[in-house]
Design a protein around this ligand. Structure first.
Ligand code: HEM
Length: 353
């Protein structure tokens, strides 16, 4: 008995962490970043800005590479366009999310939304969301972007003027907070027809929740990483665990508020053009026992998913765009007032999924 236990533990530790990834894994032929699979590239990834080590590895090893997280966990990083299209567009249901990632994201996104659903459930979700995310539906929402866009421009112009007064044209300004406020408002508006008013108010519990959960300082990343591997970590009394718990609560409460009112709106003749109304309206057209019909819980988790998936990603993309345009003004036909660079705070610069 004791012998069996010792053998099992040894296999679980060394076998899975070292022998499997090196000699048995079907992914072992993919160019792999050198290092011991037992702890993998964890240290490098924790101590560098997100994406920077990966960029170097890709330069050395090619567009599809393998690296390790602790205990032999394998990760594939892909920058090949064809491969990305295959995974994200053509056949996403074949590429299931790693179980640890799903476990980690469930409190924030709910397990039944499109992002965490796997296999046939994912195919079903995709079908249900296709109309609302189609180019035509998104184009109809275009005018909603302007209002918040102008508010953001005002805030950034204010920052720019202050920077010009203080530092002249060599100044650097960090507009990322305002950009995050704006994208948060936009996601609320276009997805739920709900004005979060993050730009207009200093207190925005929902935004604070996301800022804490997706904090990218080393301590926060460490807790997030440990949560992936050691179940008891989620019970520790630390800032990150408190942020995830309160974030999860806030998101559930908000989706509980949004969904019933949206369902009620379906009785009226004109359905709002926001994303969730469109999803519900398509769903309501299906008979109750139809296999493609989404449940209440699935739509609720889609609301949580859209908040999680749509806000920091767009903020990072917009911030990088402004950063690059400010460094290469010739690429835009807008005459810049000056030549400041939009300094991105290191802790916030990357998409969160
Ligand atoms: C520039 C901004 C964005 C970037 C870089 C981005 C990036 C991504 C990536 C990489 C994935 C695949 C994740 C995975 O399969 O694990 C994804 C999926 C997804 N994103 Fe985004 N995203 C952006 C904006 C948005 C917005 C604005 C929304 C919603 C309003 C959104 C909603 C979703 C959803 C629902 C999925 C799941 C799709 C599926 O599983 O089929 N994203 N996004």
């Amino acid at each position: 008995m004791l012998f069996n236990f010792a053998m099992m533990s040894t296999w679980n530790f060394f076998g899975r962490s070292i022998i499997y990834p090196i000699y048995l894994s079907p992914l072992r032929h993919i160019p792999t970043v050198l290092g011991c699979p037992l702890w993998g590239q964890t240290y490098t990834r924790l101590t560098n800005e997100i994406g920077v080590p990966e960029r170097t590895w890709h330069e050395d090893l090619g567009p599809i590479i393998r690296f390790h997280l602790p205990f032999g966990t394998e990760r594939i990083s892909i920058v090949d366009e064809q491969a990305l299209r295959e995974i994200n567009v053509r056949n996403p249901h074949y590429f299931v999310r790693p179980a640890q990632v799903i476990r980690w994201m469930i409190p924030i996104l709910g397990e039944r939304g499109i992002l965490l659903a796997n296999g046939v459930l994912h195919v079903r979700q995709r079908k249900a969301l296709a109309f609302a995310f189609s180019p035509a539906s998104i184009r109809r929402l275009e005018c909603r972007f302007w209002e918040k866009g102008f508010c953001l421009t005002d805030e950034l112009s204010g920052l720019l003027d202050c920077s010009l007064q203080e530092h002249g044209s060599d100044g650097c300004l960090d507009g990322f907070d305002w950009i995050q406020h704006a994208t948060f408002d936009l996601i609320g508006l276009v997805s739920f027809d709900w004005d979060v008013n993050s730009l207009g108010s200093t207190v925005s519990p929902l935004r604070n929740v996301f800022a804490e959960i997706f904090a990218l300082d080393t301590g926060s990343c460490l807790v997030q990483t440990l949560r992936l591997y050691l179940n008891f970590v989620k019970y520790l009394l630390c800032k990150m665990n408190r942020a995830i718990d309160s974030g999860s609560k806030v998101l559930k409460e908000i989706s509980e508020q949004i969904l019933p009112s949206k369902l009620k709106d379906m009785d009226s003749t004109i359905v709002s053009d926001d994303i969730i109304s469109q999803i519900i309206s398509q769903n309501e057209k299906l008979p109750h026992n139809h296999p493609d019909r989404l449940s209440y819980q699935e739509i609720k988790h889609d609301i949580m998913t859209i908040f999680g998936a749509g806000h920091d990603t767009t903020a990072a993309a917009l911030a990088w765009t402004l950063d690059q345009l400010s460094k290469h003004p010739s690429k835009t036909n807008v005459e810049p007032k000056s030549k400041p660079t939009f300094l991105l705070s290191k802790t916030h610069a990357y998409p969160t999924h």
